[in-house]
Design a protein around this ligand. Structure first.
Ligand SMILES: N[C@@H](CCC(=O)N[C@@H](CS)C(=O)NCC(=O)O)C(=O)O
Length: 215
């Protein structure tokens, strides 16, 4: 058995943050596939009792510890290994600030937008998609401005804030209907820098369940 188990599925950008971190730090980890779209295991009472009361993925198991919320998982792994750890109180708080903004307003909107566009049955209401797209555009512009003239979100090295922010950004452009890397050049350049880190992999190459129905 590997040292870490990560409950995840290929289409989850929230889980990708944790999977990418595990790979970038060279951890001994294995995925536990959650059949999110088929059986919807995450919504069963058993899952909520035994795995995560919040009914979500990702969940990281490390020995007796079970951690949920990608931000908590990233923080735990950074503290344990010293890798991608923001240094000093100011940078720690700054990283947390960007991770909360990301969770709520960047990938927090991109995830539901992509879900409604690609996977929801019936497909998402166009008015809801238009609302989310407006928010996404505004918030990606904020991230693009932040990354203009700087290499990473916090300080001059990649931290967990950057790993968090990648959430849905490496999924194919056709799943969104717009190309984030092209529309936001500073984000595009930063995505290339993150891609160059040893151990980087695309979400569909890192987690099981792609294409849908294949484990
Ligand atoms: N803020 C959480 C978000 C986790 C989340 O929303 N995960 C989705 C999968 S991408 C989920 O499990 N949703 C539960 C459901 O829709 O039933 C994190 O970053 O871990």
């Amino acid at each position: 058995m590997a040292e870490f188990q990560l409950y995840c599925f290929a289409q989850s950008g929230n889980a990708y943050r944790a999977a990418l971190m595990l790979n970038l730090i060279g951890a001994d980890w294995e995925p536990v596939w959650i059949d999110f779209f088929g059986q919807g295991i995450q919504r069963t009472p058993e899952y909520r009792t035994d795995v995560n009361e919040m009914g979500e993925v990702p969940v990281l198991v490390h020995g007796k510890k079970k951690l949920t919320q990608s931000g908590v998982i990233l923080t735990y792994l950074a503290k344990r290994t010293g890798k991608f750890k923001p240094e000093g109180e100011d940078d720690e708080l700054e990283a947390l600030r960007w991770m909360i903004f990301d969770n709520q307003k960047v990938n927090g909107f991109l995830g539901p937008f992509r879900f409604l566009k690609n996977f929801a049955k019936p497909p998402g209401d166009p008015a809801v998609l238009a609302f989310l797209k407006g928010r996404i555009d505004g918030n990606l512009a904020i991230v693009n401005k932040r990354l203009t003239g700087r290499k990473f979100l916090v300080g001059d090295k990649p931290t967990i804030a950057d790993i968090s922010m990648t959430g849905y950004l490496y999924y194919p452009a056709d799943e969104f209907g717009f190309d984030i890397a092209k529309d936001y050049p500073a984000i595009g350049a930063w995505l290339e820098r993150m891609k160059a880190l040893p151990g980087w992999k695309r979400p569909y190459d890192l987690m099981p369940g792609y294409p849908l129905g294949k484990t």
